[in-house]
Design a protein around this ligand. Structure first.
Ligand code: ADP
Ligand code: MG
Length: 364
């Protein structure tokens, strides 16, 4: 009993030790810092009027600054000048190295975190609006699932939050389980603490879709999955796209993004550095051609082609730039072209190039 009291007293003193500096000694915000916390009033703000279809997501110069350190006197700027626009039905991929600010942006869009400055709209409503939240689904990056619930119980719980009537739940839960590829019996019988990472991600995806949302936010949906799991997650996202849902997802797995997304944006050190369709981003780069042929002068060919290789009289290599000059030179040396195809720069190369151009060589 006495030992318990001693323990409680010690914890109370420790708590005070933690609290008092924050309440009493915490320095006031300097003018420079306080300006970081100015939130553009959003109650009377309106999305920009545009002719044609209205964006489902629209943000203007969002900024997020966190106060850190024991005295809360240091600041970390996670996001700055972030303006994005996503149209209904689009699959939008937000790419960026670790610490780029992807989750921060997603949390602001979802109304979980407040922007320090800037404003935005979701489904035509200011960020954080409750009626917009009813129409969105969210799969968090590191979701915490209730270990001792079965997948089925968890989905019923999620459905309850949206006040979905029990008879609708009875139909929707098995439908969603089939869609995400989770066995109905397992979902009913097994507690989630016994699920693999892939199974948890599937339950998480089913939970994100329980309210049949118009707009789905997925934070790193492929992370930690094996190749089969990633493939299946990709298929699920593609099926959402077919159903006309808008998908906004964060990822650093570029190959997945390349297959799934209509439009991508790259975020680095809190700033959007480029945004567009894959054709817009990758098509503007210097074009490279994979060429194959026979005969000709190996010496000249090796100077014209990168990774030039010749076996017997057959050769292949990569041509950068103008193909017509190459063709006329080939004709002069009596060579023959048997194949020529354009090789597009991969999103991965583009991504690395964009970061390097801005002097970013490692993630935060
Ligand atoms: N609650 C927080 N308090 C302080 N700093 C934070 C907080 N959340 C995120 N950050 C910082 O903001 C930056 C961006 O984080 P995050 O949005 O999680 O990046 P990403 O999702 O791209 O990996 C990181 O430097 C991170 O340390
Ligand atoms: Mg993240």
């Amino acid at each position: 009993m006495q030992r318990n009291q001693g323990k409680i007293r010690r914890e109370f003193v420790l708590f005070l030790y933690y609290l008092i500096p924050r309440l009493v000694v915490s320095p006031p915000l300097t003018p420079a810092m306080s300006s970081e916390y100015e939130v553009t009033p959003i109650s009377d703000a309106q999305p920009l009027e545009q002719s044609g279809p209205q964006p489902i997501i629209q943000t203007f110069s969002l900024r997020k600054t966190y106060r850190t350190g024991f005295w809360l006197n240091k600041t970390v700027t996670s996001l700055q000048q972030c303006s994005v626009q996503v149209m209904p039905g689009e699959t939008f991929g937000l790419l960026g190295p670790n610490g780029a600010g992807k989750t921060t942006l997603l949390k602001i869009l979802l109304g979980i975190a407040k922007p320090s400055a800037g404003r935005g709209f979701l489904l035509g409503k200011p960020l954080g609006d409750r009626s917009a939240k009813e129409q969105i689904g969210y799969l968090p990056e590191n979701a915490y699932f209730y270990d001792y619930l079965t997948g089925w119980e968890f989905l019923r719980y999620a459905a309850g939050i949206f006040q979905i009537p029990p008879q609708v739940q009875k139909r929707r839960i098995p439908e969603l389980l089939d869609m995400v590829g989770l066995d109905r019996k397992t979902a009913k019988k097994k507690q989630m603490r016994r699920y693999s990472k892939g199974m948890l991600q599937r339950v998480g995806m089913a939970q994100a879709l329980i309210n049949d949302p118009k707009l789905v936010f997925l934070d790193e949906p492929m992370s930690g999955l094996d190749p089969m799991g990633r493939y299946q997650m990709r298929e699920i996202i593609l099926s959402l796209k077919e159903q006309g849902k808008t998908v906004f997802f964060n990822s650093h797995v570029l190959s997945d993004v390349e297959i799934i997304c209509d439009r991508v944006a790259i975020l680095a050190q809190g700033q959007l550095i480029c945004e567009g369709t894959l054709d817009q981003l990758l098509g503007t780069q210097t074009q490279t051609y994979q060429v194959k042929g026979r005969a000709g002068d190996p010496q000249i060919l090796s100077e014209l082609l990168v990774d030039f290789e010749m076996q017997a009289s057959q050769w292949h290599g990569q041509l950068q730039g103008e193909p017509y000059t190459f063709l006329s030179k080939l004709e002069q040396m009596d060579g023959t072209l048997t194949e020529m195809k354009m090789v597009r720069q991969s999103l991965e190369d583009f991504f690395i190039q964009q970061l390097r151009q801005r002097g970013i060589h490692k993630s935060r």
